[in-house]
Design a protein around this ligand. Structure first.
Ligand SMILES: [Zn+2]
Ligand SMILES: [Zn+2]
Length: 297
């Protein structure tokens, strides 16, 4: 989900006049930096983060933002390889642009989240909550909602030609959240699972126990992780973030560190903030352990 602080960037960079934007103009609304080894971090108009990873035969896009403007044509300026579109989870700021692509891979455990939250009305509703002045400008450049996606559930890897990414299902932030691991650059692409402020208090989040189990399942893979790329920043984060989040979730499960917790309200509602290391988890104290067996398969 989008942090309110990102609004400053939107206003500063977009300069959208209500209703006057068009798809052509929005190409400039995206920016990108080159990471290394054929990887790019693209920042979309609302501050959402998307990634492009190049193989020899195909290029993978991980997340497509809220679906304002033409991400696809922007990526086509970076590479002319055939594109494979994968979304980390079904939230509107990651899968909102699905409608621009013929085929999108997503975990089916996020079907409900996606169908409810990625419609045009819902996405514009999110913009309105953040800054009502932007709604009309965004409406003019909105990628339509297309409800279809291809389930990634049974896939273990994605081969891009001399570069293969591992897929891991990591329910937590949402039931269908996935992460990708790129061995070549030793990078974990974590979507919203390892944000500095990881939101676990949302309607479609799992309980903390499930999130903890997912973090542990990444950890026990013993992947050589040099960098973590997250869903709302192009910063390269070191592996400590994973350890911090495991520690944070563990404290919540054990009821430790409650004295430092505080209530926090965002545009998505109220949660309890539990900090740990350089980050923390915003969670719902009523949802620490539940029976979530059905989503773990
Ligand atoms: Zn997000
Ligand atoms: Zn999210």
């Amino acid at each position: 989900m989008i942090k309110e602080t990102k609004v400053i960037r939107v206003i500063g960079n977009l300069n959208l006049r209500n209703g006057e934007a068009n798809m052509e103009a929005t190409k400039e609304l995206f920016t990108h930096i080159e990471l290394e080894n054929g990887m790019y971090a693209i920042t979309a108009p609302m501050g959402e983060q998307c990634y492009v990873i190049l193989g020899e035969e195909k290029a993978l896009i991980f997340d497509n933002g809220m679906g304002f403007g033409g991400l696809k044509s922007y990526v086509e300026k970076i590479t002319d390889l055939p594109l494979v579109m994968v979304t980390s989870h079904g939230h509107p700021d990651h899968a909102g642009g699905n409608g621009e692509f013929d085929q999108v891979y997503m975990h089916s455990a996020d079907r409900e989240t996606f169908e409810e939250m990625c419609t045009v009305a819902y996405r514009l509703g999110d913009v309105e909550k953040i800054n009502a002045d932007l709604v009309e400008g965004m409406r003019a450049i909105t990628v339509p909602y297309v409800g279809n996606f291809t389930a990634i559930d049974q896939m273990q890897t994605i081969d891009l030609g001399k570069r293969s990414l591992d897929i891991i299902h990591t329910p937590g932030h949402t039931r269908g959240s996935i992460c990708l691991y790129d061995k070549l650059s030793r990078t974990l692409f974590a979507g919203d699972m390892l944000n500095e402020q990881t939101w676990m208090y949302l309607d479609y989040s799992t309980d903390i126990q499930t999130y903890y189990d997912s973090l542990r399942s990444i950890y026990v893979k013993n992947w050589d992780i040099q960098w973590i790329q997250t869903g709302h920043s192009n910063a390269r984060i070191c592996e400590k973030r994973l350890q911090d989040m495991i520690g944070c979730a563990q404290e919540i499960l054990e009821g430790k560190g409650k004295e430092q917790e505080k209530e926090m309200t965002t545009f998505a509602g109220k949660g309890m903030w539990h900090g740990f290391g350089d980050g923390g988890i915003l969670y719902n104290p009523a949802r620490i352990r539940e029976n979530n067996d059905e989503i773990l398969g």
